[in-house]
Design a protein around this ligand. Structure first.
Ligand code: AKG
Ligand code: FE2
Length: 355
């Protein structure tokens, strides 16, 4: 990534929200303390650092792919725009999404590459991509997608067991054989224009739509809403540590036992604010046909949570595909009719807080 070694460090006098550090190697080895730590993080904040994930090389190359892509002429990128119909993959221009009810515009640009397109290469399932993406499909994107799928599926399977679900109950809802909204995203956020309010959002407050996000940050800018408050706090990037966070699907499946916490991206703090901010995410989302509902009938633990608080039995009545398309579509500024469009893009943000 350009200038990685010359970026100023995250300042030490800015408040940050601590995350638990989970060691992926220990998780894979079945270490009980580490699994309990993952569970603690998943059931409270829904965010944690992940070390020893083994994806550093793939991540570095993905940032190069992102840089090459964002350097293409704007008109070229716009040929691959994601559109207004609820499809996420493709290019998202800065200002294409609202960041709040008032219709304030986002400032980040994305290149989203569907896992299904990467795995179907040289064919495609949904769409084609810019030349810079195609050129790196085999050696950069497919390896990153495969590594990310492996990490996320391993963590999801560990949570499956802790939730008391039958073996493979969550993995079968994330089958590699079924098309899904899973995707890789590289994000470029330029420095905010002078005079912007400190809390101007590059990406507005949201919960992630799917199951598990595997995020790589270099500069600050990511903030979480501290649970039980309305305070935003920075998450400090730590070299070599990914940030994992759960999305709405896991909250729904688990009857609110697992948390998909609100987060947003604003300017990085202090000296870091002068630099372009790059981030990279792999989103694992359920298969398109998977019904988003609480799995109380498959786990005594989830059944108990729902018995204690029936509001935690989430029966959305929709498939993962429809949930995802609704959220994408209603945050597009071109689809905005009024504050109700933003509200229609929301997921689990304002559901009753689970204990
Ligand atoms: O860039 C980041 O740190 C977070 C991005 C994010 O939350 C998202 O794309 O859903
Ligand atoms: Fe997010």
């Amino acid at each position: 990534m350009p200038g990685l070694n010359t970026l100023p460090p995250f300042p030490d006098d800015v408040p940050t929200h601590p995350l638990l550090v989970v060691d992926y190697e220990l998780i894979k080895a079945g270490d009980e303390d580490e699994i309990n730590k993952l569970w603690d993080a998943a059931a409270h904040l829904g965010f944690w650092y992940l070390k020893n994930h083994g994806a550093d090389e793939e991540v570095a190359q993905m940032f190069d792919m992102g840089d090459e892509t964002m350097q293409l002429p704007f008109e070229e990128k716009m040929k691959y725009e994601q559109g207004d119909e609820g499809l996420s993959c493709g290019y998202k221009a800065p200002g294409a999404n609202a960041t709040d009810e008032s219709g304030a515009l986002d400032t980040a640009e994305f290149i989203n590459i569907a896992k299904d397109d990467a795995l179907a290469w040289p064919g495609h399932v949904y769409r084609t991509y810019p030349s810079t993406v195609n050129a790196r499909m085999e050696l950069t994107i497919i390896p990153f997608v495969r590594k990310s799928l492996e990490v996320n599926r391993t963590l999801i399977d560990v949570l499956n067991e802790k939730l008391g679900l039958p073996n493979g109950a969550l993995l079968k809802r994330h089958s590699l054989d079924e098309h899904s909204g899973s995707e890789a995203r590289c994000i470029r956020s330029p420095p905010m224009p002078p005079g912007s309010p400190d809390n101007k959002a590059a990406i507005g407050g949201h919960t992630d739509f799917g199951s598990l996000s595997f995020l790589h940050n270099r500069l600050g800018g990511l903030q979480v809403m501290v649970p039980g408050t309305d305070t935003w706090q920075y998450v400090k990037p730590i070299p070599g540590h990914a940030i994992c966070n759960l999305g709405d699907a896991m909250t729904i499946f688990s009857g609110g036992i697992l948390k998909s916490n609100l987060h947003r991206v604003i300017s990085p703090p202090k000296e870091q604010a002068k630099h372009v901010r790059w981030s990279l995410v792999f989103f694992t989302r359920p298969g398109n046909s998977v019904e988003l509902r609480t799995l109380a009938d498959e786990s005594p633990l989830i059944a108990q949570a729902v018995a204690e608080d029936p509001d935690r039995s989430y029966q959305t009545g929709v498939t993962s595909k429809d949930w995802f398309a609704r959220r994408i579509k209603n945050q597009r500024i071109k689809n905005r009719k009024g504050p109700e469009t933003w509200r229609a893009s929301r997921g689990m943000e304002h559901r009753p807080a689970a204990a």
